[in-house]
Design a protein. Structure first.
Lengths: 489, 94
């Protein structure tokens, strides 16, 4: 029986990063991929966001030059009303803060998995990890309740000091080891339709942007690559679910503005895929004796926007570092591997999941509620009418009358969101940094007759006494650039 | 210009479908006939007959390997494992 320090199951981004990190630490490492090459069994949105520049700049420098890469400098949101009319196009991530954060003002990169996965796997191989392809792992080897290796479908047993399971949403490793079975309501199904396009026309018409199509009955992302794009629409797989996610996408494809875009960039349907995507309020247990789960297998995708590749490579790296540490201590027991959970919770990955429940509840109650979405689109459209550009171009009446009519309509819509706001938005208020709350209070201070002469410190003390709601933000012990703990408001 | 039409079945590439093995297993005695597997499948490989789900015998030739049927089945009548290494759906633009 062959024996390795670390056996990684899966050569997606999480597996490759785990294998690379383990090999760099001098551990004898193998990573096993069921596809004929890494990437051919994987699909995802694959827009690599800004955080990649922060955490993996050396990777991004190379990823941006992969053949299918397209830069992302903004996100264009196309908003339809309930009559399927395209009513509003808006860009996000375009402020000077976004633009100046990373080299060249580049926010992100979109790249097909057929480029990204082999690139990352190649780094692991260069670091000394052994890659085996067309190798399906079908079982775990258990010894006295601990995972001690894996079995391939051909009956080969591979012994491991530690197993890192990066085998995706349906994780054979998690299931065979008894850690879990189905996700039971916390998982989405994402159909994805890819189109080939003329890359020069894409440059002219789409530019360096991701697109989103949004309407009362559907929300569909469009990730743009060098010479193609794909659209995708996810939906939680739950008992109350009564529609095919695919139907949302089919509906979008019939929309005249979508068809117009396709004509403009010479888009032709090229490939259809579907994949599971865990989208959880909280990842379940991510380790057991002898094994750690990473990426989708662990349920790590972002609870707000379900991006999962950064989360996969980040958890892959942490898992391999933990493996090296545990092996050096000669102890890979479940108790020892609690260190993995401690480390990922203390990392940026854990920070993101701190608001998992609030983020998932918000989506669930808004985008996935068609009735509320009709009103929400109306509210967003009316909100968009209140900025100066819109008012200039509404000539339905005298401009100041138009402004007031829109303001009135907007104010009329707001009470309909009262319950939504107090149930789903209010719990997120604890996420506002105390120093931003103080900033607002200091802006108001010169206008408050009785308090304006107080010192800032005294002023905050008085304000804390006046309002129980803002008192926790003004607590001298509160960390200034971090959320307040759950339940503190 | 012509409207974009989509024929999903022709937009999936597969290799060695004859070597994939059985990767979906179904236990009819557990099935409660809820029909969600039929609803979730892009290619309608599940159907409902006499209150029980039926999987198309030629599912290997059409299955997207998404495992949606496994995840949606609360009765746990459906089990999904991956097809044999190096076979089945090949995603070129994922």
């Amino acid at each position: 029986m062959e024996e390795y320090d670390v056996v990684v199951v899966g050569a997606g981004p999480g597996g490759s990063m785990a294998a690379k990190t383990a090999a760099e630490k001098g551990l004898k490492t193998v990573f096993l991929e069921r596809g004929r090459e890494p990437g051919e069994k994987n699909s995802s949105g694959c827009g690599l966001g800004q955080r990649w520049w922060k955490d993996y700049p050396e990777l991004m420098e190379k990823i941006k030059d992969l053949p299918s890469a397209r830069k992302v400098e903004m996100v264009v949101i196309n908003l339809f009303d309930e009559h399927d009319r395209l009513r509003y196009r808006s860009g996000t991530t375009g402020s000077d803060l976004c633009a100046n954060r990373w080299p060249g003002g580049m926010d992100g990169v979109s790249v097909y998995r057929k480029d990204l996965d082999p690139f990352l796997a190649g780094l692991a191989v260069s670091a000394g990890a052994e890659l085996r392809t067309s190798t399906l792992v079908s079982d775990v080897i258990m010894d006295d309740g601990a995972v001690t290796g894996v079995k391939t479908e051909d009956g080969e047993s591979i012994k491991a000091g530690v197993v890192i399971a990066a085998d995706g949403a349906m994780s054979t490793m998690a299931r065979k080891s008894g850690m879990r079975n189905r996700w039971g309501g916390g998982c989405t199904l994402v159909p994805q339709l890819d189109f080939s396009c003329d890359s020069k026309r894409m440059d002219d018409v789409i530019g360096n942007a991701e697109w989103v199509w949004f309407g009362p009955l559907y929300g569909t992302y469009q990730v743009n690559f060098r010479d193609g794009f794909h659209i995708g629409a996810g939906q939680w797989l739950r008992p109350d679910w009564d529609d095919k996610p695919l139907d949302m996408m089919k509906k979008l494809v019939q929309m005249p503005p979508f068809q117009a875009m396709c004509r403009a960039i010479d888009a032709k349907p090229r490939e259809y895929q579907a994949h599971l995507l865990p989208w959880l309020k909280k990842p379940p247990k991510t380790y057991t004796a002898g094994m750690m789960l990473v990426g989708d297998a662990a349920g790590f995708p972002c609870p707000l926007e379900a991006e999962g590749i950064w989360h996969a490579i980040t958890s892959g790296k942490i898992a391999a570092q933990t493996a090296a540490w545990a092996l050096s201590k000669g102890d890979v027991s479940e108790r020892k591997l609690t260190e993995y959970e401690r480390r990922w919770k203390a990392s940026d990955l854990g920070k993101e999941h701190e608001f998992g429940e609030e983020f998932v509840n918000l989506w669930d109650a808004s985008v996935f509620d068609p009735k509320l979405m009709v009103r929400q689109v109306q509210l967003l459209l009316e909100f968009s009418m209140l900025h100066p550009f819109s008012i200039v171009f509404d000539w339905g009446d005298a401009h100041m009358d138009c402004f007031n009519q829109h303001l009135e309509h907007f104010l009329d819509l707001i009470p309909e969101f009262g319950e939504f706001g107090s149930t789903y938005l209010k719990p997120m208020a604890r996420g506002i940094w105390p120093r931003n709350v103080k900033h607002v209070l200091l802006m108001a201070k010169p206008r408050v007759p009785v308090l304006k002469h107080l010192s800032d410190e005294r002023y905050f003390k008085v304000m804390a006494r006046l309002s129980k709601k803002i008192a926790p933000f003004l607590d001298p012990g509160a960390k200034q650039d971090a959320p307040l703990p759950r339940g503190s408001l | 210009m012509e409207e974009i039409k989509i024929d999903l079945k022709n937009l999936v590439k597969r290799v060695d479908t004859d070597k994939m093995g059985d990767f979906i297993t179904y236990d009819e005695s557990r099935c409660d006939g809820c029909g969600r597997c039929a609803l979730v499948c892009s290619f309608n490989l599940w159907s409902l007959k006499e209150g029980k789900a039926r999987l198309a015998p030629n599912y290997r030739e059409h299955c997207l390997e998404c495992a949606g049927c496994w995840e949606i089945c609360e009765a746990e009548a459906i089990d999904f494992w991956y097809p044999k290494g190096g076979t089945g759906v090949v995603i070129e633009y994922g």
